[in-house]
Design a protein around this ligand. Structure first.
Ligand code: PGA
Length: 249
């Protein structure tokens, strides 16, 4: 069996401060281990401070364009130059609030890889889609947008995050079995195109993960860590989640 990297990623969304960077960096530097990758995604203005603190850093989005007249946007090459390593693409808040389509998300994914950043592709269904039994169809379309544009090989240098929209920030976590089912669906779908790549692909779960439910979620065969929102803003909770990911490889 191909070993997969376990990752715990923290998405700060539009929260945080310089003081919080210092606090979380101290806490993370104490729980760091070769067993897991710990990555934080602060808002853009905190990216340099986060990198300087020694924490592996990513950004919450990136422009799909090369430098030019795009007021307010941030270029991938600049993110790379600052020393960040990862970029979230297709987070459900970007898709729903900022109307990012599957095509736009695929273009951002491509641009991130073009400069050597690792994209974390977020996928997941809404509450209505879940109620209508459309989870697999929605997740497949989100994956296919990237596979059709770039080929399945592009997924090799990426991470997938399955985040059911109904579980984000709601306290309604998917059960470990429910999450495992979708993670397995994602891995099996990719395995049909490239089995070794699928076996080596890190697939994170996100949506109301906390220090109480993380251990059982991370113990699932196809769950390789988590993308944590609210709980990544609290040093105690986030480090407890990181510790619960150790030894689950
Ligand atoms: P949550 O957010 O952990 O606060 O539900 C997860 C995310 O949006 O990535």
């Amino acid at each position: 069996m191909i070993a997969r990297k376990t990752m715990v990623a923290g998405n700060w969304k539009m929260n945080g401060s310089l003081a919080l960077v210092e606090q979380l960096a101290d806490a993370i530097n104490n729980v760091k281990s070769s067993e897991i990758d710990i990555v934080l995604f602060p808002p853009f203005p905190l990216v340099s401070a986060m990198i300087a603190s020694g924490v592996t850093t990513g950004t919450q989005t990136v422009s799909e364009n090369t430098p030019g007249a795009f007021t307010g946007e941030v270029d991938a090459q600049l993110i790379k130059e600052l020393g960040a390593q990862y970029v979230l693409v297709g987070h459900s808040e970007r898709r729903s609030i900022y109307h990012e389509s599957n095509d736009t998300v695929a273009a951002k994914f491509a641009r991130a890889q073009q400069v050597g950043l690792t994209p974390i592709l977020c996928v997941g269904e809404s509450e209505t889609e879940q109620a209508n039994g459309e989870t697999e169809q929605v997740v497949a379309a989100q994956l296919d947008a990237v596979i059709d544009k770039l080929g399945v090989a592009a997924l090799k240098d990426s991470v997938i995050a399955y985040e059911p929209v109904w579980a984000i920030g709601t306290g309604k976590t998917a059960s470990p079995e429910q999450a495992q089912h979708v993670h397995k669906f994602i891995r099996d779908k990719i395995a049909k195109l490239n089995s070794d790549l699928a076996q080596g692909l890190t697939i994170l779960y996100g949506g109301s993960v906390n220090e109480k439910n993380s251990e059982l979620l991370f113990a699932q065969t196809d769950i390789d860590g988590g993308l944590i929102g609210g709980a990544s803003l609290k040093a105690d909770s986030f480090t407890a989640i990181c510790n619960s990911a150790k030894g689950t490889v």
